[in-house]
Design a protein around this ligand. Structure first.
Ligand code: ADE
Ligand code: ZN
Length: 326
């Protein structure tokens, strides 16, 4: 099965570039940038990857990204992820970046974007991996801060395909950001939204009705609302599910309790993704392998998941077809 998974052409649609920081790179950048970092070894840092909920992870995620400072650092971070993804037969990836986690510590928006996009170009030419970039607003910050961030992105409109919403979900419903997303849509950005990870099913409905999200990130708590399941299935709204993340952040106690198989059986357009791979011990293939084993997925289920990943992407119809069958 592991070989079958490795050979499947895949797209990855839920991946935070800040969450791809491997401990080795974190330690190297901390030393280079002379940043006081609480860990001296890979093992020490990995020992901290013991999370009780989303917030306990986010605290470490924001602290660790402090070592990434220069355009070259952002380039190296992104290229390392692309190499790993390409090695797992990921042919297309739609990557989140959180500009506020950098601009808030004095790093210009342009520095972040240039570092990431130069690596994306190199990924296309040298690794053959296609990519898009999604700007994600931090929902624990204010709507005003999100609006300022959107304004900073406008000069680079052609390099960013869409906008999303991430960070601490509970207490920060999509409704908080209606105006920002309306403005983003006015400028032609595609819309996705983290919802129904820790937050209730109502947040998924808000993301669809108020933000006009075209894709829901996580969305696993839709399984608590039969009418919502029917709606998501009828409208074929893609859900970018991240199984290892869900278990490591205690959304589900064990992988055998994960609803992915039930979601597939309900006719939902689900995809499998890695979210923040080093923190949750797995890139996309390890996520496929973990759900396959725990939920006894068939080769047909795995093929459906891989096909869904292209279907749910923001690629053109022709590009979807050609990447799927390469
Ligand atoms: N930022 C990075 N990973 C995230 C997740 N799983 N949920 C919300 N925000 C995030
Ligand atoms: Zn996420």
């Amino acid at each position: 099965m592991d070989d079958f998974i490795a050979r499947l052409p895949k797209a990855e649609l839920h991946l935070h570039i800040e969450g791809t920081l491997e401990p080795e790179l974190a330690l190297r950048l901390a030393e280079k940038n002379q940043i006081d970092f609480p860990y001296q070894t890979v093992e020490q840092m990995q020992a901290a990857f013991d999370f009780t909920d989303l917030q306990s992870f986010l605290d470490l995620y924001y602290a660790s990204i402090g070592v990434v400072r220069t355009e070259e650092d952002f380039h190296d971070l992104t290229l390392a992820y692309l190499k790993k993804a390409a090695s797992q037969n990921v042919r297309h990836t739609e990557i989140f970046f959180d500009p506020q986690s950098h601009t808030d510590r004095g790093i210009p928006f342009e520095t972040v974007l240039k570092g990431i996009t130069s690596a994306l170009k190199q990924g296309q030419t040298e690794l053959g991996i296609s990519s898009q970039l999604i700007l994600s607003f931090l929902r624990h910050l204010s709507a005003e801060s999100a609006m300022e961030t959107l304004q900073q992105a406008l000069p680079f409109r052609d390099q960013i395909i869409g906008v999303g919403l991430d960070s601490s979900e509970l207490g920060h419903p999509p409704s908080k950001f209606v105006n920002v997303f309306a403005e983003a849509r006015r400028h032609g950005f595609r819309v996705v939204c983290h919802a129904g990870e820790e937050g209730p099913p109502e947040y998924i409905t808000e993301a669809l009705d108020l933000l006009h999200a075209e894709r829901i990130d996580h969305g696993v708590r839709c399984m608590e609302d039969a009418d919502l399941i029917t709606r998501l299935a009828n409208e074929q709204i893609p859900l970018t599910v991240c199984p290892l993340s869900n278990v490591r952040l205690c959304v589900f106690k064990t992988m055998s309790e994960h609803p992915l198989k039930r979601m597939l059986d309900a006719g939902l357009l689900v995809t499998v993704n890695s979210d923040d791979p080093p923190y949750f011990s797995g890139y996309v293939n390890e996520n496929f392998a973990a759900v396959q084993k725990a939920l006894n997925l068939s080769q047909d289920d795995l093929k459906t998941l891989a096909q869904n990943s292209f279907e749910a992407s923001f690629l053109s119809k022709d590009k979807k077809q050609s990447l799927k069958s390469l």
